[in-house]
Design a protein around this ligand. Structure first.
Ligand code: NZQ
Ligand code: ZN
Length: 386
């Protein structure tokens, strides 16, 4: 196992009616900006719960943060934070609202020129407005981590940043809040969480038994509960398990002491930036191709995945790896998430593969746990998906 530090200061308020408790964790006397997306919170009762919980605080609203939050939109909120002397941000929404709010928090205090350099050049975040979250979609883990992914319309880019200063002070995980999610977003959430786990698990062995078994537990939970979550929209017990699995999938715990491979995400972000696919759709598309092309490098962990997650113990090793990849792809498809280029009509006539390969060539990108996925390997991965 590698050496590691693990730091996660996020207070999790899990369960029904926990929104009512947020006032205790917002500093008295500060002006609050409530941020949200396209309006789902105004249809499912979450907005009213938040307003009730903020009685006694002065607060303003900023709505309209879109899926795959855009720099151009977020900078409008930065203006409000600066002009109105906002002292606390409350993100009420899915990963896009939470990520967007982390960017607003950092950009509002940024003094080094264009705040998007925080994402593109790793410009240091020296200060950020404190924030809290009410998570309404189990998927990204943003509610309990210090990362955010921000898109820029003008350049068709999508890049992440990380800073301990944007850890939420608290996050409410009330599974009942997610019951209004449509099937597509539920399926997306299960796939995103599943792939987050594999990107911290399907690399090479690090003799990290605890992390491996935590990861396998999360994957088995998502396989067991994922279909129920999509097909039984009122099942609160299933929702509770999926919500907690998604949070645990990307809060630092299973990454401690092990190699990581974020190539599926990095390739996926380019597809969203260019073609607008949902985040999880891009992951379901890339993942099977990446495992196939990188199977030699990932061999031992793929065999462990086959045995412990898909219960494949018989037959030759290559056959077990093939079957594990095929079952995972079938699992994504069973949830309704496409795994092939032909599943997404907007990709049919697109030159996105050439553009992505060229972008990676220009950036001299090397992805994966051994930094061995170069632009030509990316082409093989994407061409596998045709
Ligand atoms: O905008 P509203 O009206 O709220 O509707 C949203 C949106 O249309 C809707 N929704 C959310 N909660 C709902 C709901 N509809 C009904 N009932 C509810 N309870 O769902 C739609 C999608 O929301 P979005 O926030 O975009 O989805 P998700 O949570 O999947 O977030 C995706 C974003 O997170 C980033 C992705 O790149 C993408 O930009 N990620 C962030 C990560 C992180 N911070 O660590 C890691 C992830 O890998 C991911 O990259
Ligand atoms: Zn993700």
């Amino acid at each position: 196992m590698r050496h590691f530090q693990l730091y996660n200061p996020v207070r999790v308020l899990f369960g029904v009616n926990q929104i009512a408790n947020i006032g205790r964790y917002i500093p008295a006397g500060v002006k609050v900006l409530v941020t949200y997306g396209g309006g789902s919170i105004k249809k499912n009762g979450v907005y009213e719960q938040v307003c009730d919980a903020l009685k006694g605080f002065t607060f303003m609203e900023f709505g309209g943060i879109e899926p795959n939050p855009k720099y151009e939109t977020l900078m409008k909120a930065v203006d409000i934070v600066r002009k109105e002397n906002i002292g606390f941000l409350l993100a009420v929404g899915g990963g896009s609202v939470m990520d967007g709010t982390k960017f607003i928090a950092a950009a509002s205090c940024f003094e080094g020129g264009d705040p998007y350099t925080i994402c593109t050049e790793g410009a240091e975040v020296k200060k950020a407005v404190p924030l809290g979250c009410v998570a309404t979609l189990p998927a990204t883990g943003s509610e309990m981590n210090a990362g955010a992914v921000i898109s820029r319309l003008s350049t068709q880019e999508k890049f992440a940043f990380h800073s301990p200063l944007v850890f939420p002070q608290f996050s409410v995980l009330d599974p009942t809040v997610t019951l209004s999610l449509p099937p597509r977003q539920r399926a997306n959430g299960v796939v995103d969480a599943f792939i987050h786990v594999t990107e911290q698990y399907l690399t090479y062995p690090a003799d990290a038994k605890v992390q491996d078994r935590f990861s396998e537990g999360l994957l088995l939970t998502l396989i067991e509960e994922g279909p129920n979550y999509v097909n039984r929209p009122d099942d609160i017990d299933t929702a509770s398990n999926v919500v907690w699995a998604a949070t645990m999938a990307l809060n630092g715990l299973i990454a401690a002491g092990v190699p990581e491979d974020w190539a599926t995400h990095q390739i996926g972000h380019e597809i969203t930036a260019l073609e607008g696919l949902d985040h999880a759709q891009t992951l379901a598309l890339v993942w099977p191709g990446l495992q196939k092309v990188m199977r030699a490098s990932k061999r031992e962990k793929l065999l462990q995945f086959a045995e412990r997650v898909w219960n494949l113990r018989e037959g030759d090793e290559e056959g077990r790896i093939d079957e594990a990849i095929a079952r995972t792809e079938a699992f994504f498809r069973s949830l309704g998430v496409g795994t092939r280029i032909t599943d997404y009509p907007q990709l049919a006539s697109s030159k996105f593969i050439d553009v992505i390969v060229e972008r990676f060539r220009q950036r001299d990108t090397h992805l994966g746990e051994r930094a061995e996925i170069d632009c030509d390997t990316v082409r093989r991965i994407l061409e596998d998906r045709q």
